[in-house]
Design a binder for this molecule. Structure first.
Ligand SMILES: [Zn+2]
Length: 142
């Protein structure tokens, strides 16, 4: 069961947040304070930017990963709408240890555990879970 980590909607428009958005954040990007600040930005974005209102209900890409508990599944041509995050990154010389290929397609559609993913991908999944985003597009897997 996932826990809703979103802050109280009445408490996020603090003067500190508006004037110094990075103030008082620890160096570790996986800290609860960082996650809370990220949630505050997302709430402010979707509640105060008219152009961002569709963020909550948008068509998903042709291929996208669905996060369910400790598993990630490659979904294709889903008609479902929702919100999703994207991870596009420099692969380096050898590329990530897990990529979408003919040989990995079945594995990805059947589901892989988060700890089977390369660390960068696992970190992206963890962030999505912490901010309540169920779908994730990763260039190497989608
Ligand atoms: Zn916005």
């Amino acid at each position: 069961m996932s826990k809703d980590l979103r802050p109280d909607r009445d408490s996020f428009f603090t003067p500190l947040l508006a004037s110094q958005p990075y103030a008082n954040l620890p160096d570790c990007t996986s800290s609860s304070q960082t996650t809370q600040r990220l949630n505050q930005w997302l709430i402010a974005c979707t509640e105060t930017h008219p152009e961002c209102q569709t963020f909550w209900e948008t068509a998903l890409p042709k291929r996208v990963l669905e996060i369910q508990d400790a598993y990630v599944y490659l979904r294709e041509d889903t008609v479902e709408k929702g919100r999703y995050a994207c991870l596009s990154h420099c692969w380096g010389a050898q590329g990530p240890s897990l990529k979408l290929e003919r040989s990995t397609y079945q594995q990805l559609t059947s589901g892989v555990t988060v700890d089977q993913l390369p660390k960068t991908f696992g970190d992206a999944v963890s962030i999505c879970i912490s901010i309540g985003i169920r779908f994730l597009w990763i260039d190497a897997l989608c």
